[in-house]
Design a protein around this ligand. Structure first.
Ligand code: FES
Length: 64
């Protein structure tokens, strides 16, 4: 499923970028999401938030 039609960026590309540790700003830069018409910005942010919420928490991150 496409998140960004202008740049042909898929949901999978966005979630893979999240798994690589990219922020919304970094995803905008690397994939071009929300850099043309901007219509996909909110959908991209929601995809990032939802995917982060489903990712397991690193046990070492909780210790610090
Ligand atoms: S749909 Fe993403 S910039 Fe237009």
């Amino acid at each position: 499923m496409y998140i960004c039609l202008c740049k042909a960026v898929t949901h999978q590309q966005v979630t893979q970028a999240v798994e690589q540790g990219q922020s919304y700003a970094e995803i905008r830069k690397s994939l071009g999401v929300a850099t043309d018409c901007g219509c996909c910005g909110q959908a991209a942010k929601k995809t990032i938030q939802d995917h982060l919420a489903r990712m397991p928490v690193c046990e070492f991150a909780e210790a610090s």
